[in-house]
Ligand binder design. Structure first.
Ligand SMILES: [Zn+2]
Ligand SMILES: [Zn+2]
Length: 217
C-alpha cells in the first residue's frame, strides 16, 4: 500500500510547534499594529504567513457566527467572530459547519477589542478560516509524531520488539510488532492516525516567506 497519508513534504515553518507560524492568541499581532516585525515589513506589508489554531468549545450563530475556543497555550475563552454582510452565513455554506471539539484554523489572525470590551479575532474572509474535524490535542500529537524521532521499535510502550515491524496501514507512520499490539494501541492511536492526513494543509507550504496571500481553498 502506498504511504498516501504521510505529508510528502515538510514546508519551512510548518511544524505546528513553531510559535511564529502558529501563534497562541496572546502572540497574534494586534489589528492595525504593523510594527510587529515578526509578521510585517516596516511599510506594513506581510513578511510571512501565520495561522491561529484553537479548539472550539462553543458555537453561536445567534447574530453572527461566533466561536469560543481554547488556544494552544490552553487559554480559554478566546472568541473568533466571523463577519460578512449576512450574519456570518457565508462561513457556513458549502463546507461542513463547525462543531464543538473541532479545531479552527485562522490565517493571518489578528486580535482586536470588540465593542463589548472583550478581545478576540475578527475574520472577514471566509477563505482564511477552516474547521478541522479533529481535537487540537490530536492534531498536535500527530504533528509531533510527524516531526519527532521515529523509534525503530513497536510503539506499544514496554514492548521493545524491533524485528519484523509492520506499519499502520492507514497513516504509514507508526510501527507495530503485529496485529495484536496494533489493536491494543488503536484507542490511543486513532486520533493521531485520523489527524495526520489533515496536516498536509499546513505542511504543503513554506510559512517563512510571503509572495502572495494563501487561503484554505
Ligand atoms: Zn509490540
Ligand atoms: Zn495510523
Amino acid at each position: 500500500m502506498p504511504p498516501a497519508a504521510l505529508p510528502p513534504t515538510l514546508g519551512a515553518g510548518s511544524d505546528l510547534q513553531d510559535r511564529i507560524s502558529f501563534p497562541t492568541f496572546a502572540d497574534c499581532p494586534q489589528l492595525g499594529d504593523a510594527a510587529d516585525a515578526r509578521y510585517f515589513h516596516r511599510a506594513g506589508a506581510y513578511r510571512r504567513h501565520w495561522c491561529f489554531l484553537g479548539e472550539v468549545t462553543r458555537v453561536s450563530t445567534f447574530s453572527r457566527l461566533v466561536l469560543d475556543v481554547v488556544d494552544t497555550a490552553a487559554r480559554e475563552g478566546t472568541r473568533v467572530a466571523c463577519y460578512d454582510d449576512d450574519g456570518g452565513r457565508s462561513f457556513l455554506t458549502g463546507a461542513r459547519p463547525p462543531r464543538v471539539g473541532d479545531t479552527v484554523a485562522v490565517l493571518y489572525a489578528q486580535t482586536k477589542a470588540f465593542l463589548d470590551g472583550t478581545i478576540g479575532i475578527r475574520v472577514e474572509d471566509n477563505r482564511c478560516i477552516r474547521f478541522l474535524p479533529h481535537r487540537l490535542l490530536d492534531l498536535l500529537a500527530a504533528n509531533d509524531a510527524l516531526w519527532g524521532p521515529r523509534p525503530a521499535i513497536c510503539c506499544v510502550p514496554d514492548c521493545g520488539e524491533s524485528e519484523d515491524l509492520r506499519r499502520c496501514s492507514k497513516c504509514q507512520l507508526v510501527r507495530y510488532c503485529g496485529a495484536e499490539h496494533q489493536s491494543t494501541d488503536w484507542a490511543a492511536h486513532k486520533g493521531i492516525c485520523r489527524a495526520l492526513p489533515t496536516l498536509k494543509i499546513f505542511t504543503d507550504r513554506d510559512w517563512t516567506t510571503y509572495n502572495r496571500r494563501i487561503t484554505f481553498q
